[in-house]
Design a protein around this ligand. Sequence first.
Ligand code: SAJ
Length: 425
Amino acid sequence: MPQRFMDKTISIVGLGYIGLPSAAAFAARGVKVIGVDVNQTTVDIINQGKIHIVEPELDMVVHAAVTEGYLRATTIPEPADAFLIAVPTPFREGHEPDLSFIKAASKSIAPVLKRGDLIILESTSPVGATEQMAAWLAEERPDLSFPQDRGEDSDIRVAHCPERVLPGHVLRELVENDRVIGGLTAKCSDAAVALYKIFVQGECIVTDARTAEMCKLTENASRDVAIAFANELSLICDKHRIDVWELIKLANRHPRVNILQPGPGVGGHCIAVDPWFIVHSSPEESRLIRTARLVNDSKPHWVEEKVHAAVAAAADKFGRSRGKIKIACMGLSFKPDIDDLRESPALEITLRLAERYPEQICVVEPNIDALPTELAKRGALLLTQAEALSIADVVVMLVDHKPFKERAPALRDGALLIDTRGIWK
Ligand code: SAJ
C-alpha cells in the first residue's frame, strides 16, 4: 500500500451515493477521513455510524469506520491533505450543466487549504469543469499558487477522477474498477494516483483533465445510445409483430453484435443526464447522442399509450367501463433489485396511470415498504404479487426484479399483459 497519504487526512466533500462509499473505503484502510456535507441530518446520521442511502454492505463499513474513529462527518470543512469533491452536477433549463454545487464546495474548502494539498473533482462534469474549479479556488486564495498559473511548481495540486461505480455494486466496483485520472499537470496526476492506490486494486490510468471529463460522459452516452437502439428496435418489432427479445438473442449470436435490452425508458441520475453535457457543449456535432436521449425519453409515453389501449380492450372484453378496470404495475425502481426510485421511468409511468385511473392501480414493488405519497394520494395500493395478480385486468411489467423473473405467474383469466422487459411475455 502506498505510504504517501497513509498518515495524512483525507476530506470528502459531499457524502452522497459516491462520497460516502469513498469515505468508507479510505477509512476502512486505516486512513483518517473527514466527511463534509451541507446537510446537518446527513452528518448526524453518519456520526451515529449509520447511513442515509441504500447500498449493500455500506452500513457495516460506515459503522466500523465511525466506531473505530477513522471517519467523522461535519458541516464545516477542516484542514486536510487531500480533498475529494463528490457533489451533484445536475442540469438547468435547456440542459445547461449546473456547476453551482462544485462552486459552493470549492469556496467552502478554500479557507482551509494549505501548501501541498491535493484537490480532486470526482463529480461527473462537463469538459473544462476542473479548470473552472481550479480558477474558483485561485480566486479565493491569491496567497497560494495553482497549476494553471505555476504548472508543476504550484502549491496546490488539482485533478479530475470521475467515479464510474454501478449503484448496487458500489463497494466492490470502487475497489476493482480501473480509474481514469486527469491531473492539471503530471505531478497532480501522480498525487491523485497515490491517493487512489490506497484502496483501488484496478489500474489507475493517467490522462489530462479534459480527457478524463469527456471519458466519463462518453461512457454513459455510449450506454445511452446502445439502450436507445434496443428501445427503437422494440417499437419497430411491435409494429411488425416480432418478439424483440427473441430477435435480439438471435442477432447477438453474431460474434460482433451485442445489443442491449429494451425497457420502459432510461432512469437514474447518470445515463439520462450526462449525455446532455456533451450535447450542450457541441449541439451541432452531437446529433446521434441527442437523438438517443430523445428516443429513450419518449419510451415511457409509448408504454402509457399501450396501457390505455389495453384498458380499452379489457373494458370491451369484460363488458365493464374503463373506470372499473384494475391495473397492476410491476416494479417502480429505476432498475432491478434496488429501492432507488429516482428518475425512474417505471414510477413516471405508474404516476401518470394513477392520474388517469385513480383508485384503479395496484403496485408490486418488493424493495419498498410504502408507496410514494403522490401515488398513495391517487388511491394506488402496494400489494404482494399474488394479491395484485388475483385482481388485475391489465398487468404492466416495468422492472425485471429477481422475484418477478423467477417464474412467470399465471394471470387472471383474460387479463392483458404489457411486458416492457420481456420476462413474462
Ligand atoms: N437499461 C435498459 N436496458 C439495458 C441496460 C439498462 O433499459 O440493457 C436501463 C436501466 O433499466 C436503467 C438505466 O438504463 O433505467 C440505467 O441503468 P444502468 O444499470 O445502465 O446504469 P446506472 O445509471 O445504474 O449506472 C451508470 C453506469 N454507467 C455505465 O454502465 C456506462 C455506472 O458505471 C456509472 O458509474 C453510473 O451510471 C454513474 O454514476 O454515472
